[in-house]
Design a protein around this ligand. Structure first.
Ligand code: NAD
Length: 392
């Protein structure tokens, strides 16, 4: 009898696992809380209003459409590893022979008082829309009461998420200022970063370019500055400085879905479950983990970062290994192939490295654009490139 494969989560790792299993004609069930897959790496564009949100998502069944594929829209509430079942919000229990956990991440708040309650985050299509709508609303409130706090936007965290969002907001602000007739110099967009530098992934020279460009576009960048407390209208910094603001967006880090800890996996300090070289849980050979769910050590012994690029590559290997098991073949180990890191700094400009070569400016922006097409191609071939490539 064919073994039953269940995939939890339709992010980059889950979708890539499913799409590749379809190529091998393997039957599987994919469970996801939304009926669509969204492009997490482009959420900053949604927050900045670059294009309509629906352009950044694709219905699951448009990509995974084989008769051997079963898509279930439901929320995973728990994983019972002894009983080999998954508990769903609808009350239904899904049993499995092999489970693929690719459940993404949640914001890491580091226990900072008031942060979770009072900040916006950028981790889903809905949250990106919320950021956009909130900033528009603040402009409208300023028009009513003239309170300058409505025109101050504070982004906590200068990693890739925070900086890509900042770049996009710096494009959005001038448009909104024209729309509402607000002088642009009244708007104050700030990034607060605890470390000495933003974008630690990039070489010094590129990082300096990014800093100069963002400041030229009007951002204030505070480095070596830690957020210690947040209230509805204030951000408190180490050293007692307080910023009054109408908009606080937290991009200070992520941790794995808490379901992994509750299911009793061996986890790291970011809640990711430890895997062996084949991406199987070290605790349970029936469970594979990918993307932000996997605590996977790279060749340098350091955990592989939770990026879309790595998630997609893991999805490939998980599908190959499940197929190998089904056919009595040897599984293959996962070897990360880092292609580079690209940070967009707004609509046209980007910085980063591609296969070790530094890229910047408009060329950097073009590489970033082409990375979108590469992903669409890998996920859904020409059909998906045609469907989405023109609009995002
Ligand atoms: P991150 O952990 O990489 O960056 C968070 C930043 O917030 C850090 O620089 C940290 O010093 C800062 N921070 C933490 N606590 C703070 C505090 N109290 N006050 C001020 N600053 C504080 O998180 P991220 O940017 O969300 O990225 C998560 C993962 O996703 C990373 O692996 C990243 O590489 C990846 N990512 C990649 C891309 C891309 O490739 N373009 C885009 C987004 C995210």
């Amino acid at each position: 009898m064919m073994e039953k494969i269940v995939i939890l989560g339709a992010g980059y790792a889950g979708m890539m696992t499913g799409s590749r299993l379809e190529r091998f004609s393997q039957e599987f069930t994919l469970i996801n809380q939304n009926s669509y897959h969204y492009f997490t790496t482009l959420l900053h564009e949604v927050a900045g209003g670059r294009s309509i949100p629906s352009n950044y998502a694709v219905p699951l069944t448009d990509v995974l459409s084989r008769p051997t594929t079963h898509v279930v829209i439901d929320e995973v509430l728990g994983i019972d590893r002894e009983g080999c079942t998954v508990q769903l919000k609808s009350g239904r229990k899904e049993w499995y022979d092999f489970l693929v956990i690719t459940l993404g991440s949640v914001p890491e708040y580091f226990g900072i008082p008031g942060l979770a309650e009072n900040s916006l985050v950028l981790n889903s299509l809905d949250s990106a829309i919320r950021i956009h709508d909130h900033i528009v609303k603040q402009m409208e409130l300023y028009m009513l009461d003239g309170d300058l706090r409505h025109l101050r936007i504070v982004v906590g965290g200068g990693g890739l998420t925070g900086i890509e969002l900042l770049g996009e907001l710096l494009d959005l602000v001038p448009k909104l200022c024209v729309k509402y007739g607000i002088p642009e110099e009244l708007v104050d967009v700030q990034t607060i970063e605890a470390a000495p530098e933003i974008l630690p992934q990039l070489p010094d020279a590129l990082r300096r370019k990014a800093v100069n460009f963002l400041m030229f576009k009007g951002a204030k960048l505070h480095m070596n500055t830690k957020i210690t407390k947040v209230t509805a209208e204030t951000v408190h910094l180490e050293g007692d400085e307080i910023i009054e603001t109408g908009t606080i967006i937290w991009t200070g880090g992520v941790r794995a879905n808490p379901l992994l800890a509750s299911a009793g996996f061996t986890i790291d300090r970011r809640g990711r479950a430890k895997v062996n070289p084949f991406l199987q849980s070290v605790d349970d050979a029936r469970v594979f983990l990918g993307g932000d769910s996997a605590w996977c050590e790279g060749e340098n012994g350091r955990p592989i970062p939770p990026t879309a690029q790595m998630a997609s590559q893991m999805g490939h290997v998980i599908a190959d290994n499940l197929t190998a098991l089904a056919n009595g073949r040897q599984m293959k180990p996962f070897h990360a192939r880092p292609l580079g890191t690209l940070a967009s700094l707004g609509r046209e400009v980007g910085v980063g490295t591609v296969l070790g070569v530094p890229v910047q400016g408009v060329i950097g922006g073009m590489f970033k654009e082409s990375s979108k097409l590469k992903y669409l191609w890998e996920l859904g071939g020409l059909r998906l490139v045609e469907m989405k490539g023109r609009v995002i």
